[in-house]
Write a protein that binds this ligand. Structure first.
Ligand SMILES: CC(C)(COP(=O)(O)OP(=O)(O)OC[C@H]1O[C@@H](n2cnc3c(N)ncnc32)[C@H](O)[C@@H]1OP(=O)(O)O)[C@@H](O)C(=O)NCCC(=O)NCCS
Length: 175
């Protein structure tokens, strides 16, 4: 038996309906037209995952510049249930990790997960994400309504501000 081909492809006006269908099956949250309009302009920040030419997964991210930092926000990253544990999620996370590395100017990557989504939490921990906050009543229409914020730090606050610890002493970088 030959091995399956798993690959990522662009989101275009021709396949956006497949992304909508996939997200409606994988996530308990509804994403509106504005979400998909933005996704069409997101370039490498939105990808479909194919298993032997069939769409089985997708990742959608955006750049977040609130809280005085430049962060990549994973809005959705999911895979159809029968195709899980085949490395498709890993391929999508690696795509995101490669994107931020090539860019070189992100402080962190973050996302929200429902507190009971242990599978996703274990999955993200494998890539160095950690729970940094828990937001009560984050979701309006689903139970449990609380969300963990999972974050992978790429650059510390000191590095961001141009300062760093050296021999226990803080040095201000010359500009
Ligand atoms: C989380 C999710 C994307 C993982 O996708 P996937 O394609 O199954 O992930 P992978 O096959 O690449 O898994 C890589 C590793 O992560 C860990 N992992 C993945 N799913 C796991 C689970 N349910 N429980 C425990 N560990 C898990 C395992 O270590 C796995 O390696 P292994 O299969 O060799 O043991 C998928 O379960 C999913 O779509 N969930 C619903 C959507 C969601 O909750 N998304 C997260 C919020 S954006």
């Amino acid at each position: 038996m030959t091995r399956a081909t798993i690959e990522l492809g662009n989101v275009t006006p021709h396949n956006i309906k497949q992304l909508k269908k996939l997200n409606s099956v994988v996530f308990p949250v509804y994403y509106n037209d504005k979400f998909y309009k933005d996704v069409l302009e997101a370039g490498e920040l939105a990808k479909l995952a194919y298993y032997n030419d069939i769409v089985v997964g997708a990742v959608c991210c955006r750049i977040d510049t609130s809280e005085k930092s430049r962060r990549l926000y994973i809005m959705t990253l999911g895979c159809l249930y029968p195709y899980r544990r085949l490395g498709i999620g890993t391929m999508m996370v690696n795509h995101v990790l490669n994107y931020v590395e090539r860019d070189g100017n992100f402080d962190s990557i973050f996302l929200h997960v429902q507190v009971n989504n242990e599978g996703a939490i274990d999955f993200y921990k494998k890539f160095g994400f950690e729970i940094v906050e828990t937001k009560e009543h984050y979701y309006k229409r689903i139970e449990p309504a609380d969300a963990h914020v999972l974050q992978k730090t790429l650059r510390s606050k000191e590095q961001r501000n141009g300062t760093h610890e050296e021999n226990g002493k803080e040095n201000k970088k010359a500009h």
